[in-house]
Ligand binder design. Structure first.
Ligand SMILES: [Zn+2]
Length: 328
């Protein structure tokens, strides 16, 4: 129907003219279908997103996505979770982002969290490839700041037992390193999800080379880069503040996992929280601060690039993703 219409239109006549000209020049009249059969690419793209925070350059890096059975993991009822997701046109399991943030201060290159590496199969472990696509190499990284020591944040530190970031010093809050690197805790609590084993396998190569430094709570690292305690999700969870020229980015790690549910209802917790009540309190405190200050948030599991601001709305918050922009 459409082709019949086109053939009788002026556009159709132009196409016919071009066809006749090609035929007279000896060009094949019909292009075999195989010529157009470019393979599809299963992976998501792009794998990085860049913005300026004052004078600092921030690059969000995707490590990949996994399907999260949110209805089974969140403290809200399965029905409430499904309804909240449905309002955002989502279903369970929810395809969930795993984001890291690379900060170039002009003097130092700092990576916040490293993704899951090889600990989660082939769907994670894309961080290094995306870092290279973004124009950086792992051996340029001066410091790795960890929001906490769960395997999807530390797994990218090593590959086949070797340091992925050979020049870097790795930093984490002492409450987390003492908790997750403890053989005693592992024996006492068991390790059904491999969280303890994952932390040890990822950190030990750096500890052995004296490249791991634990810090104690609120810490100023370098000009414009600081840690604030955000305990609850794990005993030593941290929010990192990136501040330059009056602009502020807060890299919040796992302060939130399922945005479609937990922004509106910050009281909803997830099974991975070590201390659920503390996790809720911390989430509210950080979001309230962000809503008042206008700070940009960078969330490890908010849909890539995981960057945006929050606005207070009743007992919860609205999420406003950053505007896509090529000029800063
Ligand atoms: Zn996580």
């Amino acid at each position: 129907m459409f082709s019949k219409l086109a053939a009788s239109s002026s556009l159709g006549r132009i196409a016919l003219g071009a066809f006749l000209a090609m035929a007279s020049m000896g060009t094949p009249a019909f292009v075999p279908a195989a010529y157009a059969a470019a393979p599809m690419h299963a992976e998501q793209a792009p794998g990085y997103y860049r913005l300026k925070v004052g004078a600092f350059e921030v690059t969000a890096l995707s490590d990949g996505t996994l399907d999260l059975p949110a209805d089974k993991l969140l403290s809200s009822s399965s029905e409430d979770t499904r309804n909240a997701l449905a309002a955002s046109h989502l279903t369970v399991p929810v395809e969930t982002s795993f984001n890291s943030y690379l900060i170039n201060t002009g003097e130092r290159l700092i990576l916040i969290d490293t993704g899951g590496g090889a600990l989660f199969g082939s769907r994670l472990g894309n961080l290094v490839a995306n870092m290279k696509t973004a124009g950086y190499t792992p051996d340029q990284v001066d410091d790795v700041l960890l929001t906490h020591l769960h395997p999807d944040h530390v797994g990218g530190l090593v590959k086949d037992g070797a340091l992925v970031f050979p020049k870097a010093i790795v930093h984490a809050d002492r409450h987390d390193s003492e908790y997750w690197l403890s053989d005693e805790n592992k024996a006492k609590l068991g390790d059904p999800d491999g969280f303890f084993a994952g932390a040890v396998a990822s950190l030990r190569p750096y500890i052995e080379k004296d490249r791991f430094k634990a810090f104690d709570g609120d810490t100023q690292f370098f000009s414009g880069i600081s840690a604030t305690t955000a305990y609850g999700h794990t005993p030593g969870s941290i929010v990192y503040a990136i501040e330059s020229e009056g602009k502020k980015l807060l890299v919040i790690g796992d302060l939130i996992h399922v945005g479609s549910v937990q922004f509106a209802k910050p009281e909803v917790t997830i099974a991975f929280d070590t201390d659920r009540a503390e996790a809720v309190e911390t989430r509210r405190t950080v979001f309230e601060h962000a809503a008042q200050s206008g700070a940009i948030l960078g969330g490890a599991h908010i849909a890539f690039p995981g960057l945006g601001t929050v606005r207070a709305n009743g007992n919860g918050f609205d999420w406003i993703p950053v505007n896509y922009s090529t000029e800063f």
